[in-house]
Design a binder for this molecule. Structure first.
Ligand code: CDT
Length: 311
């Protein structure tokens, strides 16, 4: 079986608050058709693809909040995507807000195989932001209000002849995210993001620095675990709130091999050889030979910083 996978990173432009799921899915289908014409094996869409990035809005009415969540997947709005992708034999991944039957709320992404079957589910672990209205911020980021921290860890799945993992947006800034998947032999991590173009708590931190941190985090995660990473943005201005675009595909040496040029709906395509992960995994990042877990206890024993005592 070939280990070459043609990946389409399906960046999405803004999704306005008033835009329906059906309209968004039509845009996803357009990108899927482009992917078909490029003979892609896999298409990756962003975090919370189906809606605007609603955690920027402060809401107190749970019924209003729940309107942004999906109770089933696939559902009526997304079924055309599942059916068309299966017809084309294209695997895909996208993010959405998940409400479970017993009332839990997660920022979720799924991995769907060529036959339209959901083979993997991931729930965002590192939720950024805050849970109450914060008047000191230029705008709100209320993920901690609307979502619970993911309860599934960082699993990986076999698909398309390789080993795949997922994470979501802020997760990409945390080395633990990649390493937990790296320790399971991950060969391709797919992730979506909605990153505001300006830091809400530091106005001088604009798009240039935001792109820098995006690339820095993704490239480091790829290199240090010798894995492909496909990082896909929602970009442009959602109801006056600009987000960086800059979707990238990064190879196992940490190099950017494809990058979006616009802030809108845009497919970037790259042939990813999963066997290119082998060299790093068998040499400098051969974990079995080189990791020294006896010195890593703090990584799982503590969260905050424990400074040395004053002298
Ligand atoms: N959606 C999401 O996780 N956004 C965060 C913003 C955090 S502010 C640095 C991100 O990591 O891009």
């Amino acid at each position: 079986m070939s280990r070459m996978i043609r990946v389409g990173a399906a960046q999405m432009g803004p999704v306005q608050k008033a835009e329906s799921r059906q309209a968004v899915v039509r845009r996803m289908l357009d990108l899927l058709e482009q992917a078909k014409s490029h003979k892609c094996d896999l298409v990756v869409y962003p975090e919370l693809t189906l809606t605007t990035f609603f955690p920027r809005w402060f809401m107190t009415d749970q019924a209003e909040v729940d309107q942004w969540f999906e109770r089933d997947m696939p559902n009526e709005a997304t079924r055309p995507l599942f059916e068309k992708a299966a017809e084309h034999g294209i695997a895909f991944s996208f993010g959405y807000a998940e409400r479970t039957p017993d009332g839990h709320h997660f920022n979720t992404s799924i991995l769907v195989d060529r036959g339209g079957r959901v083979v993997g589910k991931y729930r965002k672990v590192h939720l950024p932001g805050h849970d109450e209205f914060d008047e000191s911020r230029a705008f709100q980021h209320l993920e901690k209000r609307y979502f619970e921290a993911g309860d599934l860890g960082f699993p990986v799945w076999r698909m398309l002849g390789g080993i795949f993992g997922m994470c979501i947006c802020n997760d990409r800034r945390w080395p633990e995210t990649y390493r937990v998947m790296g320790l399971q032999g991950v060969e391709m991590i797919v992730l979506g993001y909605n990153t505001p173009s300006v830091n809400s708590q530091r106005s001088e931190e604009g798009p240039e620095k935001r792109h820098f941190h995006n690339r820095l985090s993704v490239q480091a995660g790829a290199y240090q675990n010798s894995t492909w990473v496909v990082a896909v943005a929602k970009g442009g201005s959602e109801d006056g709130h600009p987000m960086i675009a800059g979707s990238i595909i990064v190879n196992p040496e940490g190099e950017i091999v494809a990058e979006a040029a616009t802030e809108g709906d845009e497919l970037i395509v790259h042939d990813c050889d999963l066997d290119a992960t082998k060299f790093g995994k068998e040499t400098i990042f051969d974990f079995k030979r080189h990791r020294r877990v006896e010195h890593y206890g703090r990584i799982t024993d503590q969260t905050g910083v424990t400074s040395p005592p004053d002298v």
